[in-house]
Design a protein. Sequence first.
Length: 202
Amino acid sequence: MTNKKGLLIVLSGPSGCGKGTMVKELLKRGDCAVSVSATTRSPRVGEENDVDYHFLTEDQFSKLIEEDAFLEHAGYVGHRYGTLKKEVETLRSEGKHVILEIEVQGAFQIREKCPEAVLIFTVPPTIDELRRRLHKRGTESDEVIEERISRAKAELPLARKYDYIILNDALEDAVADFGNVLRAEQLRPEFLEDKIGEMEQC
């Protein structure tokens, strides 16, 4: 019998490069799940509390930090985001591959606390295309968009520290590449340790 504990996958990349759309497609596989992140930012139109994010006040967020309830937490464009330990542990124990859609700062915190985590960085085909996608969303001012572009340019060199880089030009290709990463990781010896141990005892 193989190890039933699911993989921990960290997905990072510039805002607007399609991470959320990729994750929605991956959830259709049935073996993947997302941990709902906590944030201090306000909900966008259509977002639901405890579904898209756990929307918290600054005081609530600070209290959870004091209680060591986060697997990681970071600040981004004036707001704070965090991943709750309990949610991740529960999903992985159920055999789900947990996808954490988080920023670079949080990703490296995850790597320190969970060395087995698989880090994937997704990039747009060009910076101009990234800018076009951000404008198309229509949720932010030109000033905020340019701030996100600057942040993206600063983060791109850090992609080299990730395990994999996925180019999100055509969505179906990016999703297929993500699936290939999952399959490859499940073929690692540590993931099949229980199976190897069983055969050794025969």
